[in-house]
Design a protein around this ligand. Structure first.
Ligand code: FMN
Length: 242
């Protein structure tokens, strides 16, 4: 069955980042995919005001385009998120969008989706931007399937098929081929304990998702050592967190 991919361009300009995204789209068209590209600047997204209503009540105090965007993200089989690098990291527009997904840090509705990140820069900030993307992926429980970065030095280098390999593999082979890191497993257990101990809505979500007795969100490649670590960290945190 054709896989649906949502590509998000978060630069106002349809220039460097958009150009890379267009190349990715062309390559993806060779496989059985259904691609939608959206421009974040076409979406009205208010700044998070920190009311935490999304966490406690399950919905944001703002009824803006973020509702539609989050639904699109949940419905997609795979995501490609991008940002121009501003002052050494992701742009404000991109971060504003991510802040509004705070409820997914508690109730990870995107868990297991493959995500490819893209960033462009004049020269600097690639490492820190990748770190930022990694943190977001970990907290969302998604499968980080690559990072394509271009600077003025190589902005004209076309995106290669091999840069999309991991994304396509995870998209088509399902979740089972993913190898979560020890950090990802740790975050899974931390979020689980917090859900069980601190928030009834989160607890219900984790129970309904069938994650309570799991070492990770889904069955995938986790070696014995990581399994032991996962169980131990859960028991330890469950004991110390009130
Ligand atoms: C506000 C702003 C901040 C920027 N900060 C950096 C930076 O820290 N390092 C850098 O090398 N380039 C920086 N740039 C350049 C952009 O990252 C670069 O031109 C990028 O490819 C723009 O993407 P776009 O064409 O998709 O808008 C900055 C540009 C702007 C407008």
């Amino acid at each position: 069955m054709s896989k649906s991919i949502l590509i998000i361009n978060s630069s106002f300009r349809k220039k460097n980042t958009y150009k890379v995204l267009m190349q990715i789209e062309q390559l993806l068209k060779k496989s059985d995919t259904n691609i939608e590209i959206i421009n974040l600047f076409d979406y009205k997204i208010e700044n998070c005001i920190g009311c935490k209503k999304c966490i406690t009540d399950g919905e944001c105090c703002f009824k803006d385009d973020m509702i539609n965007l989050m639904q699109k993200m949940v419905k997609s089989d795979g995501l490609i998120l991008s940002s121009p690098i501003y002052v050494g990291t992701v742009s404000g527009k991109f971060k504003t969008m991510v802040d509004r997904t705070c409820m997914w840090y508690h109730r990870p509705e995107l868990a297991g989706k493959p995500i490819l990140f893209v960033a462009t820069t004049e020269a600097t900030g690639i490492k820190d931007t990748n770190k930022c993307f990694e943190t977001i992926a970990m907290e969302w429980g998604v499968q980080k399937a690559g990072f394509i970065a271009r600077s003025s030095r190589n902005i004209n280098s076309s995106v290669q098929d091999k840069e999309l390999l991991q994304f396509l593999k995870l998209l088509n082979d399902g979740k089972s081929s993913y190898k979560p890191s020890i950090y990802e497993i740790n975050i899974f257990q931390v979020q689980k304990v917090l859900a069980l101990k601190t928030n009834e809505r989160d607890k219900q979500f984790w129970q309904d998702s069938g994650w309570i007795d799991k070492v990770y969100y889904y069955t995938c490649k986790i070696n014995l050592l990581k399994r032991i670590f996962s169980n131990l960290i859960f028991k330890f945190l469950y004991k110390i967190i009130d």
